[in-house]
Design a protein around this ligand. Structure first.
Ligand code: KG4
Ligand code: ZN
Length: 340
């Protein structure tokens, strides 16, 4: 059964055709990221306008690349939240229009749950139940997944999301937006033991807090590094560059250690041997290495999506939509955006 997935929760306009929840026939992602860079963050109004301009072409492209027509599509699955209101409404309205015009069902799916589902794409079924860690630009959460229609929240961030902390630290260092990829790259040359940053404790040990470590980086930079412009980093100033690398490495390491400790604790509490990671930050190579190593030591099975399915995409939406549809889930025309 062919499902058309649509994802427009933030700056990506994405559409995908997926067969039977796993086999990806096409996966098209168009991002308006370059229009937001100079603001060091996503501007909702720009994201919304770009979604409107792009959605028709992206869906068309996904169908063409999959060599299927709308007649072959038996379900439209669309992200209904959380995300930016205007952006979400573009995808939801488009899905409703296809559903009405073709007389086929459509289904709204949760963006964070679809990040969990991303690890199921192109592979055999994951061991259930499992603990899932979702680390993205807007969310950091731990879940206990009995099945995709029975998901319980174990903990979440009390302030900044993990990806947001990467983005803010990159801004403090005047590097680039989004911050994750550039911090990962610079951290490779750095000494992660040079500076002792720490993540704040939380009342619920499965919650997260990243605003303290971000502020610690800010104070350290104000005291030890004169950051005046992005050009400064690219200058052949070895001492300056070395300190930036070490800050990136020290920050990244403490954040990853926190993610690992809490995920392993969740597995212990829920007595499960299966751990699934998803969301944009899961693209980080160091994260994947460290998690894989720790999982091996603890005899846990660990699952990551392929890198292209860590970032926002519609294949994960089509996949989760299929799974829920098979369980009898449907949406009706009253469906609206769910912001939180
Ligand atoms: O899941 P995603 O594509 O969008 C949201 O739903 O938020 O995640 C985007 C976030 C950004 O904050 C970005 O800095 C972070 O993922 N990110 C990374 C890496 N690649 C993207 N963080 C750390 N290391 C990376 N390699
Ligand atoms: Zn996302």
């Amino acid at each position: 059964m062919f499902v058309l997935g649509i994802e427009t929760s933030c700056d990506e306009t994405a559409a995908a055709v997926v067969k039977d929840g796993r086999e990806i026939f096409s996966n098209i992602v168009s991002s308006s990221l370059r229009f937001h860079k100079k603001y060091w963050g996503i501007v909702p109004e720009i994201a919304f306008r770009k979604q409107l301009e792009t959605i028709t072409q992206v869906v068309d492209c996904a169908l063409k690349e999959a060599s299927v027509s709308l007649e072959d599509i038996k379900l439209v699955a669309v992200t209904d939240g959380p995300g930016l209101l205007g952006s979400l409404l573009v995808g939801i309205s488009f899905a409703k229009a296809i559903s009405l015009a073709r007389g086929i069902p459509f289904l709204g799916v949760n963006h964070l749950y679809s990040h969990i589902y991303a690890s199921c794409l192109n592979r055999n079924i994951l061991g259930l139940p499992f603990v899932a860690l979702i680390v993205s630009g807007g969310h950091t959460s731990l879940y206990y997944v009995k099945d995709f229609f029975e998901i319980a929240l174990l903990g979440s961030t009390q302030d900044d999301a993990c990806g947001e902390a990467f983005d803010k630290v990159a801004k403090i260092l005047k590097l680039d937006y989004p911050g994750g990829p550039i911090i990962e790259k610079l951290a490779r040359n750095g000494n992660s033991k040079r500076i002792r940053f720490g993540c704040s404790n939380t009342k619920n040990p499965l919650d997260f807090s990243f605003s303290g470590v971000k502020t610690a980086v800010l104070y350290y930079v104000q005291k030890n590094l004169k950051v005046s412009s992005a050009a400064q980093y690219s200058m052949q100033n070895r001492q300056y560059n070395k300190l930036v690398w070490d800050i990136c490495a020290s920050f990244q390491e403490v954040v990853l250690n926190t993610l690992i400790d809490k995920s392993l604790l969740a597995c212990k509490i829920k007595k499960t041997k299966n751990l699934v990671i998803g969301g944009g930050v899961a693209a980080n190579k160091r994260l994947r290495e460290k998690f894989t190593q720790k999982a091996k030591e603890r005899n846990l099975n660990i699952f990551f999506p392929a890198k292209e399915y860590c970032m926002d995409n519609a294949a994960m939406v089509a996949g989760l939509g299929y799974r829920l549809f098979k369980k009898g889930w449907r949406s009706n025309l009253k469906l609206s955006a769910v912001l939180e």
